[in-house]
Design a protein around this ligand. Sequence first.
Ligand code: SF4
Ligand code: SF4
Length: 304
Amino acid sequence: MNGFDERDTVFSRMELKPGTTRYQEYYAAHPHRRAADDAARAAPSEHPDDPVNRRLVEAGFGLLEDLRPLARGPAAAHGTDLSPGEATAFLRRLAESHGATSFGVSALEDLCFYTTRGRGAEYGSPVEVPGRMGIVFAVPMSREELAGAPSPRASAEVVNAYLRVALVGLVLARCLRAWGHEAACTMDGRADLVLPLAAWNAGLGAMGRSGLLLTDAHGPRVRLGAVLTSLPLEPTPGPSNRTSRVCASCGRCARFCPARAIDAGPPTDDGRYRPVDHDACFAQWRRTGTDCGLCLVECPYVIR
Ligand code: SF4
Ligand code: SF4
């Protein structure tokens, strides 16, 4: 299967500890990344203000870790007989009843998947998914809580949204397993999928210049989640545009990005924007001491 190697993501690289075999092997293969990654690791990562929201962020990620084992599990021995259309309609209602505002189903393309895991104990193992049928959904974040980004309060809203997404995913995956089918859900950044691409593939919106998915209902002011399953489902209408037409005349995210990580130029010949420089973005997060989110809160899809 073609796809992305999660070990190359900046979040995976930041888990590499100098002196370990994993660190040595990675930078022997990617020596051009070592100096910048070492500098990012050495930068301060604790915001000096707002211990209340800082602790809330830690508590949220801790709860996600506690929930993570529930993302997968055995399917019930006895299946339930539902047509793909009936199952899809049921799952949509279930997702919406738990807070999802966008919902799509697609047999996901290779480009949506990671091939090799890059986080935690599973580092280096191949990604094995229960099926290629993806249920992708979005849960909105509070405009008010995000308004002061970058800030610990905005970070807390992001983590709270991860938890709301996790609940939707856990409920859907448990339901599918109760129907007798393999199913697993994503949890915050540890996904089998590159979620914006999966969400685009499932028709939830267009890709923005910022690399964020722009949903019809809330623009990029969402967190995305997904469930992968072996159950055949009825695909929802797929993507219409690869990128948002608004981005061509807007460019606010590129102008506001303090790291100059977002390209301000026109799309390339294939109609896509140049990829966001995630290393520059993450270095900015380390300098700020919290995640940034300016490209999100300054998007006109959010502030309209
Ligand atoms: S801020 Fe503007 S250019 Fe950037 S993603 Fe939003 S609409 Fe597109
Ligand atoms: S999160 Fe901040 S630093 Fe990263 S791309 Fe967006 S605006 Fe730039």
